[in-house]
Design a protein. Sequence first.
Length: 243
Amino acid sequence: MSSVVNVTTEAIEKQYELIKQYYQKFLKKFGVKLPTLRNGKGELTKNSLVLVYLSFGYPKTRVVSKIELTNFIRKFDPNVPDVQQGRHLAAQDGWWIVSGGRDNIVLKVPSGYYQLYTLEAPYPDFKQGHRLKEIKGWDELKLKYHNRCATCGSEEGKPHLHWSGTKTSLQQSHLDPRKPLKPGNIIPQCQKCNRADRNRWVYDEKGRVIKLAYAKFVLNFDEDIQQRIYQILNKKYGGSKRK
């Protein structure tokens, strides 16, 4: 499949049916999302086109550039911007598509390129079957994280990675400390990470800091950082008081 010009609608429909067969047999049970081939207007959807194009020749798939993928989609939607669906289909929908420039464990793909790895297993984050927000039990949640601290990776019951004389104990910690500690807002953290942060940060599901939860903590920052924050906020709010 060397050229986007050679891909017919008939070939797309045939390849989609092949994907669907693999999906039903291997991926549906893991919660992977199969994109619809056409939308309500009968138009081919971007997600299905990306998945189809990356899967041509399966299991011997090609490394495909984002530019090539975008040009292919523009055959059906001339106004589409740069295509990001390759990354979204993996992280959000569960298809094992390797994105270049990332720390991949199965394929070496250059930055700006994609390659479909397999249709017989979900993207690694989907191996436990459900996204974090669908998990309710504490034991099930810890299993999602392989019984490790979401922040530092220390394994429960074993020596802490950074305090080797301490046995790791996992605790229920807030994703966002401004919200109640209940299913959907919990990540496992070791006693060291949970205690040290003191409700300062908002985390994502990977245990990475994405926001500041306690505003006054900026007073602990270096003076130059405080000045930069002040300039940014002063520019945004113009010195007006906000509740």
